[in-house]
Design a protein around this ligand. Sequence first.
Ligand SMILES: *[C@@H]1O[C@H](CO)[C@@H](O)[C@H](O)[C@H]1NC(C)=O
Ligand SMILES: *[C@@H]1O[C@H](CO)[C@@H](O)[C@H](O)[C@H]1NC(C)=O
Length: 430
Amino acid sequence: MAPSTVTALTGLLSLLHLASAVAVPSHPDNLDSRQAACAPLPSASKYPTYSQLPLQTTLPDPFLPLAYTTTDNAEGSANFAQDVMTGKGKNRIQTREDWYNCRQPEIIQLLQEYQYGYYPDHSKETVKATRSGNTVNIEVTAGGKTGKFSATLSLPSGASSSKPAPVVINIGGMSNNPYLQAGIAIVGFDYTRVSSDSNAKTGAFWDIYSGRDIGALAAWAWGFHRTLDALNATVPEIDPKRVGVTGCSRLGKGALAAGLLDKRITLTMPMSSGVQGLGPYRYHGLSGQDETLENSKQGAPWWSDNTLGTFVNHAQNLPYDAHTVAAALAPRALVIDQGTGDQFTNSKGTAVIVYPAAKAVYDFLGAGDKIAMSLRSGGHCDMSGYDSVLPFVTHILQNTTLTKNYNDLGSYGSPMTTAFPWATAVPKPA
Ligand SMILES: *[C@@H]1O[C@H](CO)[C@@H](O)[C@H](O)[C@H]1NC(C)=O
Ligand SMILES: *[C@@H]1O[C@H](CO)[C@@H](O)[C@H](O)[C@H]1NC(C)=O
């Protein structure tokens, strides 16, 4: 393992927005508070390769820091991988404080290394926004380069600067009317103008950051974040502290990245998101047409960074899975849409494995009511998904009373607990 590089981490974490958006159980907002006592993290590109990580057939223990997951910790034990998988690894996170100070920032760091690419330093960006009616033009400059795109507003009736509406920012379009009727603003931007969905890497993001090893999912996330900056600056009818982000399928993967990489996002709403979203890399064949690391990386290599490609055919050596991504959002809210008739993504895997495994962490943090599984009938990206999540959205963004049960796995039955055996040994917070 490379030596501890807390300074590199500190630099990276300063990129992330630190403002807290919702009333949540108290935790340090400042990710820079990661203590020297935390497990060491390697510097960028010095992370363990697949061959230095144990093969884990079940979902990795989210409480075990990366430094204690690598095979050099085995000390000759033949049971090392088994111990790591079952929550018997050494030096697991034990307290909520250590989760927020050490493990959560570590996960955000390691996901950038292994999957998303390193998100740009927002402190080096200047954002200029102008509004013309329902169009907001956004111009971002960094390092002498400029990228431009625009967002479109739909405001609910009655929204004003004295009574600002919460907002859902989406890419790819959504079902607007029920949201507007509920008093929620809808904002969209053309994601292809931020980053092409191709290896061409064109668009506002690449106009500034061409040549960087960053995936389109993180580039689209950046589009959400810069849109929020622009809304905050030019649209007083929108409350920038009550913000949902959404998209479906590959755009759901992007919305998940948007929620992960900016703490201003109150509610993350990935719809039918699949692998590289909230579909598991492990247990990929439970339903749908078997989307995998391999076929997603082959079909659309530009979604992620190049490092993820080094795990092709070694997905079970990844030190994380989709539940780790979800858990790193806590205590901010997450609602997960999947349709039982989705022929493409692994709805069952998301519902019976990823959701309950992530919820074990949310529960540990005292935030179990902030994660919701919205399982519905219908197929991939069926617009009914937006109706299905709406009661949870209004609950989070408008404090409506929640009457719908979002802990219901429907015909899938109950969680597949054999897929996350460490959950029987979740630390008890003091
Ligand atoms: C909105 O802009 C103000 C002024 O720059 C800033 O203090 C605040 O943190 C911003 N809020 C969000 C949610 O970005
Ligand atoms: C949310 O609603 C509950 C009652 O349903 C109320 O007790 C609480 O004060 C409300 N919170 C906010 C922030 O309005």
